[in-house]
Design a protein around this ligand. Sequence first.
Ligand code: SF4
Length: 148
Amino acid sequence: MKPTTRIGIIICDRYRCCAGGKCLRAMRNREGAFSCYGDAEVELVGFTTCNGCPGGNVEYAGDEMVKNGAQVIHLATGLVVGYPPCRSIAAFKAYLEQRYGVAVVVGTHPIPKKYLDMHTRLGSWKSPSWEPLLAPIMCDAETRARYD
Ligand code: SF4
């Protein structure tokens, strides 16, 4: 029997009406940040938003997700591709890891082409600190186009 990893997903509240289609498709296809799971089973045990800047629900969502068995919490790709990208990604990651002892992955689905194009024009991700955050969700051009 394959091992099961239980995960939670926290999305940016700017996309609060999102039905999760891209995240769930990428989870099913093991694309973007979900590629790290390979053949392992993945069970989604929580999905919610940060509840708007400055992200107060991260505290409560983390607690509930971990109580529901989450071993990994994903900060959705929307935090990275929003205009502007969320300024609290590092703080959320550090808080969740230190408060709940859970692994935190930045990103879910592959970066859609239109967001890469616009952020490249804006220079949003020029700082080297973005490189490790972008790497798992950058994917190839064909994949990015499928997530537009
Ligand atoms: S920018 Fe960050 S803090 Fe603001 S709504 Fe989005 S995820 Fe939450």
